[in-house]
Design a protein around this ligand. Structure first.
Ligand code: UGA
Length: 431
């Protein structure tokens, strides 16, 4: 099978490289010529563990993977074409901006020669794949193509493993022919007994948003429970651990923190609400999750402001929205740093890989190349992202550098008793 992926963002690149790993001839297409040039040299535009090796293996050794800026050349003899362009929130609106999707659908329609399966992998509101079908059908007869929905569930930082060992594959198809092609495509995962779930196209599109919104709800819920724990002297880590043992609840996504961020949850929660609003359906629970998460960063900032004098120096460790990525989109650390900086605090920071992106976002912060240098003369340390590098910091060394021994452990990676024993004033989240 020859595969074409249109859009070399996070999803397109990881998916393309992983399909090459399965053994498929794969071409990833992007309009951005300089990006394509760099990709053909094996340069990945973002940090994702394992991606550099996968790119190099399939560009240079197996030659199963290539990058192109020409959709018409790439689509020659293509069996399956994936739409993997971005669907960001529209400016000033909450719904997804589908302009890239529509223009790609139109371009695909100009390049189908033999039968081709068009797969919507971008996260799109319910109804979009059927609209894509209508656009293509304006130029191509119905027997020469089908459209299916196949959402992705990759997490940044562990995307390759998530692709190779998914919990499930969703195939939203209208007929057996297209479903069979998708089943054949994912056959390498049969060995791992991955469930392949066939649904209608509409259900498949909703599964993606409902899954992300549900996970966001778990996080929003435990964050509010954390606030209650703080108010009464309970410990949210004990609470979530005990709750999670109940298999009906499950332990994952029950870690309290500064709120959910990243390129998916905030945008998808908003788009899901917006879709429902357009259909006069009230998603009141998800609405509350969205507003609760929006308020959260101010609450965290206020806690710091109440406990650290104005104009002090604060050290923020971790700037990416989660560990193992350089992605700072909707990063709570960047929001917090900006908020506190605007209030007059001096912000020193460090992140293992996200500093270049952070500098572009906010160049008023002071960036250091080790966590220890960032702690020099600091009045309080804030753990913003739970990178492994921060889990075993040398506090006897840090104690010599800081002005005051104070720590806000937003991700609860430290034991308060141990830090208090060596003289630290410790503030966790919900404990
Ligand atoms: C999320 C989903 O987990 C993926 O399944 C999905 O494919 C992806 O969105 C997407 O739609 O593309 P991702 O955004 O990479 O993946 O990151 P997550 O690990 O889900 O974390 C999202 C946010 O929730 C982060 O800010 C993280 O710190 C926060 N979080 C996560 C918590 O605060 N507590 C938790 O227990 C878990």
């Amino acid at each position: 099978m020859k595969l074409v992926l249109i859009g070399t963002g996070y999803v397109g690149l990881v998916t393309g490289a992983c399909f090459a790993e399965f053994g498929y001839q794969t071409v990833c297409v992007d309009k951005d010529k300089s990006k394509v040039k760099n990709l053909n040299l094996g340069k990945c535009p973002f940090y994702e563990p394992g991606m550099d090796d996968l790119l190099s293996k399939h560009l240079n050794n197996t030659k199963l993977l290539s990058f192109s800026s020409s959709l018409s050349d790439s689509m020659k003899n293509a069996d399956v074409v994936f739409i993997t362009v971005g669907t960001p929130s529209r400016r000033l609106e909450d719904d997804a901006d589908l302009s890239y999707v529509w223009s790609v659908a139109d371009e695909i329609s100009q390049n189908i020669e033999k039968y081709c399966l068009v797969v919507t992998k971008s996260t799109v509101p319910v109804g979009t794949s059927k609209e894509i079908k209508k656009i293509i059908a304006k130029k191509i007869s119905q027997d020469k193509f089908d459209v299916v929905s196949n959402p992705e569930f990759l997490r940044e930082g562990s995307a390759i493993n998530d692709f190779m060992r998914p919990d499930r594959i969703i195939i939203g198809a209208e007929n057996k022919k297209s479903e069979d092609i998708m089943r054949e495509l994912y056959r390498p995962l049969y060995l791992r007994e991955t469930p392949l779930v066939s649904t209608s196209i509409e259900s498949s599109e909703i599964i993606k948003y409902a899954s992300n919104s549900f996970l966001a709800t778990k996080i929003g819920f435990i964050n509010e429970v954390a606030d209650l724990c703080e108010a009464v002297g309970a410990n949210v880590q004990e609470v979530s651990k005990a709750m999670g043992i109940d298999k009906r609840i499950g332990s994952k996504f029950l870690n309290a923190g500064p709120g959910f961020g990243g390129s998916c949850f905030p945008k998808d929660v908003k788009a899901f609400i917006s879709t429902a609003n357009k259909l006069n359906v009230d998603l009141s629970i998800i609405n509350s999750v969205h507003s609760s998460n929006k308020k959260r960063i101010n609450r965290i900032a206020n806690k710091i402001i109440e406990n650290v004098d104005k104009k002090s120096t604060l050290t923020i460790l971790g700037l990416s929205f989660k560990p193992n990525t350089d992605d700072i989109r909707d990063s709570t650390s960047i929001k917090l740093a900006t908020l506190l900086n605007d209030k007059g605090y001096i912000i020193n920071c460090f992140d293992p890989v996200a500093m270049n992106n952070a500098k572009i976002e906010n160049n008023n912060l002071n960036y250091f190349d080790t966590p220890y240098k960032a702690c020099f003369n600091s009045d309080a340390i804030i753990i913003g992202t739970e990178w492994n590098e921060f889990r075993a910091l040398n506090f006897s060394e840090i104690s010599k550098l800081v002005k005051k021994k104070k720590i806000f452990d937003l991700r609860n990676i430290y034991n308060s008793i141990e830090l208090e024993k060596i003289g630290y004033e410790y503030y966790g989240t919900g404990k």
